[in-house]
Design a protein around this ligand. Structure first.
Ligand SMILES: Nc1ncnc2c1ncn2[C@@H]1O[C@H](COP(=O)(O)OP(=O)(O)OP(=O)(O)O)[C@@H](O)[C@H]1O
Ligand SMILES: [Mg+2]
Length: 291
């Protein structure tokens, strides 16, 4: 079971003088259960790519398959709708899309539209709120507009989770959150991932990618330039710099120490592992000096 893009091209305003080739020959396979990170400079095509995953955008050329079903094929209309529901898409700043009078109504909007009973909708709302650590009792009757920025964002994301998607796609979900809110949110995402949800996350933060993604793709001018584990990707700092991207801050530190002659590994991102490695390298150097 997977999400698949086969030779996907996408052109905005095709045929007009302002046409823009946003995606060019994208081939990508996202397996169920993965945590995939998507990075790339601004305008590289990240948002365009993810909007293909639930059929919001239709390829100019190429195919998108959800669990083997071509989601843009006219013949399979009923099936198409069903499979598209497997993918929950969270836009950047999703809180701008809140519109109902209460938190409960907002989160329950999608499930209600699926035709579920009141009890089922309520269950879904409760479950989605619990997943994001939003307190049902205190928040359910509140207006979403009276909440803090971080809470609003969680309510918006809970609305997507209440649809029980198999694949959760998020476009820069931590943009604008303070460091604590950001960390908390990413930890909750990691919990959802451990519970079996497939996560696809666009982010500008290499530190977050190093910490959470199992696999990454790097976009540049509508194409996938690099893909692999964070270790693979961040061991190529020159290629990243060529396309205007950087490595995580801990990798930068290790690279600088290496340039200054300390024999350290540069493929570690966890603060404890980095500390141990630096101490090891320093001890080894001192050992050499005393011999
Ligand atoms: N609605 C649109 N009409 C015309 N061109 C567009 C439209 N949306 C995006 N583009 C163009 O398509 C290309 C890819 O844009 P996209 O929004 O996918 O980039 P991105 O990687 O998500 O950037 P960012 O990091 O800034 O969000 C850019 O050149 C952009 O100018
Ligand atoms: Mg974008």
């Amino acid at each position: 079971m997977s999400l698949e893009m086969k030779h996907v091209f996408y052109t905005y305003q095709e045929g007009s003088p302002t046409e823009s080739h946003a995606l060019q020959d994208i081939c990508l396979n996202i397996n169920e259960g993965e945590f995939l990170g998507i990075v790339g400079h601004t305008g590289s095509g990240k948002s365009t790519l993810i909007q293909h995953l639930n059929g919001l955008l239709k390829p100019t050329k190429g195919e998108v398959l959800i669990d083997g079903i071509n989601i843009n094929q006219k013949e399979a209309k009923a099936k198409r709708k069903e499979v598209r529901l497997k993918v929950g898409l969270v836009f950047q700043y999703p809180e701008y899309q809140l519109f109902e009078e209460t938190v409960e109504q907002d989160i329950g909007f999608g499930p209600r539209n699926l035709g579920l009973s009141d009890t089922e909708v309520q269950e879904r709302v409760k479950e989605a709120m619990a997943l994001l650590k939003l307190d049902y009792k205190t928040l359910r009757k509140q207006s979403p507009f009276d909440l803090s920025g971080g809470q609003k964002r969680k309510v918006a994301i809970a609305g997507v989770l209440a649809m029980k998607p198999k694949y959760l796609v998020l476009d820069e979900p931590t943009a604008g959150l303070d460091p604590r809110g950001r960390e908390e949110f990413l930890e909750q995402l990691a919990v959802l991932h451990r519970q079996g949800m497939t996560i696809i996350m666009v982010s500008h933060s290499m530190d977050d990618m190093a910490k959470y993604a199992q696999r990454m793709i790097v976009m540049d001018h509508g194409q996938i330039q690099l893909q692999g584990t964070p270790q693979d990707i961040f061991s190529q700092p020159e290629q990243l710099q060529q396309i205007g991207l950087d490595v995580p801050s801990l990798s930068r530190l290790l690279l600088r120490l290496k340039q200054r002659g300390l024999d350290v590994r540069t493929d570690l991102f966890d603060i404890e592992a980095v500390k141990t490695e630096i101490l090891r390298a320093m001890a080894a150097r001192e050992g050499k000096l005393t011999c």
